[in-house]
Design a protein around this ligand. Structure first.
Ligand SMILES: [Zn+2]
Length: 609
């Protein structure tokens, strides 16, 4: 009921936005920073070509790439508006994220406000500032006119002397010789979505540049102290190899330039956030820093999630959580590809790849949430979860394992003629931004099309059920077996003593333990266990039982006999090993090699590697 309601609201909203006339024809923003010790930017907006009596201005309630509500409006202060004659206009707060400006018939309106730099460290989701650096993640700083998200937005910067700007935004005088703009440039985004999807690093930082298959790329290293330990040249060389194999996979790059912003900081969120043609990687600095897997994940997002995406992930509704069942594909499968890119770039070996898959399967198989929550549920409910999934199930983890199994399956059933790469390329061609995103069954349809058969049953088992994953059915295509060894520990949660007259008395019961849940309480006198007279401590009885064994206890409590039944709790840990079958034939070995080298029979015949 709730899901349906939300889905319908979403559709209606898009219909309205899609057909509404923009109230404004052009939006320009000056990002002004005079003194970083003030810990705030002054934002000066000019709305031109206004044909409406009111402007509805809002700040997002979340940022693309992180599916949690963010309190961005708390950083917006001192909002003021005036017309072209400098006369003040009235502003009313509509709700916690939007305001209404009465234009009084003005065709040009200037809006000023301050954005507080409230994020610690170098910044990630929000706005951060220090004596020599500042960072803006667009959703935290740029407001939008609610009917004018699709008009061009222009940005200029006025910063302290000597400060630089790094962003992947387009700019007026871009050329082959000057692919990235700098602090003097006027930057241009075709719409608000793109404006806020190019984060901006400001201040002093180190820069490395390279080309990957001809596409200009830049790595910016920024730290709070300016004293950098990591090997920037080695990291840059690795990024170049990752970037190249990513472009090879799709045949071309969907961006004119790409920017890696590396924040070397032990503070704030540790990780990476994807953007349309850039990424921010926030990691503690160290001499032997290796962020290849993180960088490959975020870089692959430039295709998968920034362009190949479910409908709700662009154009965006920033006013409320947007839901999709496909985040496992956006995140988990992206992480599978991160390791494929590293393998294809020669930055890890086959053994590292198998170990990574073993680690992920180990994590999944030892997580009891896999028996309660499906991948689709973990995706849909992430807003009520922790940003990684829901109900204890991470869609990064299970999504990655499912991505691996899907790749093996597709290669297996097509005799290595097709692979998950073909599904990616199909999705990119069919739905790649700026085309509209895919419907909720879009991934299944794409796989069916690539494989040329209906794989619904297998797909639903893996993503829409809690059934065990069909490891051996699928791994046989590459001549592998999943070896699983289990060790169980038991847990009951009650302690007892035998008193001087031989009575067994419960001393303590842990809350929510199996003993507690079956009704046992401190002070109970145990009369019988499993219909035998009690003559020893309850712990000694339990220690002879196994996980899941039934137990029946009769106790004397406040003058009456209470009989209760329950089960021994505990957990089973599985160790996981992916083992090659010694008897695999040549056809199977070819599929296995295809997986590891990123080739299919088709690409091998065409001489493409
Ligand atoms: Zn991601």
């Amino acid at each position: 009921m709730k899901r349906w309601f939300i889905a319908v609201t979403g559709c209606v909203l898009w219909f309205v936005i899609g057909t509404a006339w923009a109230s404004v024809s052009r939006v320009s923003v000056l990002v002004h920073l005079e003194d970083p010790s003030q810990k705030a930017f002054l934002m000066e907006y000019t709305f031109q070509g206004i044909d409406s009596g009111t402007l509805k201005v809002a700040i997002p309630t979340w940022t693309p790439g992180w599916y949690q509500t963010m309190p961005y409006s708390e950083g917006i202060r001192d909002m003021q508006a005036e017309n072209e004659r400098g006369e003040p206009l009235s502003i009313q707060s509509v709700n916690h994220y939007s305001w209404r400006i009465d234009t009084g018939g003005a065709q040009t309106v200037r809006l000023r406000y301050r954005v507080l730099a409230r994020e610690e460290g170098m910044g990630f989701f929000g706005v951060a500032m220090g004596p020599h650096h500042a960072f803006i993640n667009g959703a935290a700083a740029f407001v939008y006119e609610m009917d004018s998200k699709n008009v061009p937005h222009e940005v200029r910067f006025r910063l302290p002397v000597g400060w630089q700007v790094a962003t992947a935004m387009d700019f007026a005088s871009q050329s082959e010789q000057r692919p990235f703009g700098d602090v003097r440039d006027t930057f241009i985004a075709p719409n608000y979505d793109e404006l806020i999807d190019d984060p901006v690093q400001m201040g002093h930082f180190d820069v490395r540049e390279f080309r990957a298959r001809g596409v200009p790329m830049r790595v910016v290293f920024a730290s709070e102290t300016g004293n950098i330990l990591c090997n920037m040249d080695r990291i840059t060389a690795d990024f170049q190899r990752i970037a190249s194999v990513g472009i090879d996979l799709f045949g071309s790059a969907p961006f004119k330039r790409y920017l890696f912003i590396v924040h070397l900081s032990g503070r704030g969120f540790a990780g990476g956030l994807e953007h349309l043609k850039s990424t921010v990687l926030n990691v503690p600095d160290r001499r032997d820093l290796n962020i290849n897997a993180l960088a490959a994940h975020e870089y692959f997002h430039a295709w998968n999630v920034k362009r190949i995406r479910p409908k709700v992930l662009g154009p965006f509704d920033y006013t409320q959580p947007v839901r999709t069942r496909a985040l496992w594909w956006c995140e988990g499968v992206t992480d599978y590809y991160a390791y494929l890119l590293l393998l294809r770039a020669g930055l890890i070996g086959d053994r590292d790849f198998w170990q990574e898959m073993e680690r992920e399967i180990f994590t999944l198989e030892n997580n009891p949430a896999r028996e309660r929550v499906t991948l689709e549920e973990a995706s849909w409910n992430v807003w009520e979860g922790n940003g990684m999934g829901y109900g204890g199930l991470s869609y990064y983890n299970k999504g990655k394992v499912v991505g691996f199994l899907l790749d093996v399956y597709i290669r297996g059933v097509t005799g290595n003629r097709k692979s998950l790469d073909d599904v990616m390329r199909f999705l990119m061609e069919r739905y790649g931004y700026p085309k509209p995103g895919f419907e909720e069954d879009g991934i299944l349809q794409a796989i069916n099309r690539v494989v040329a058969q209906d794989v619904s049953a297998l797909y639903r088992r893996m993503v829409a059920s809690t059934e065990p994953l069909p490891y051996d059915e699928i791994l046989k295509y590459i001549g592998y077996r999943l070896e699983r060894q289990s060790t169980s520990t038991t847990y009951f949660g009650a302690t007892s003593m035998v008193d001087e007259v031989g009575r067994v008395i419960i001393q303590a019961v842990e809350s929510q333990s199996p003993a507690f849940l079956m009704g046992l309480r401190a002070g109970d006198i145990v009369m019988e266990v499993d219909e035998e007279p009690a003559d020893r401590r309850i712990e000694d009885v339990v220690s002879r039982k196994k996980l899941g064994d039934p137990i029946k206890i009769a106790v004397w409590r406040r003058g009456s006999l209470v009989v209760m039944e329950g089960k021994i709790g505990g957990e089973t840990r599985y160790s996981i090993r992916l083992t090659p079958e010694p008897t695999a034939d040549d056809a199977v070995i070819r599929v296995r090699e295809g997986l590891l080298r990123g080739t299919t029979r088709v690409s091998a015949q065409a001489g493409v590697d």
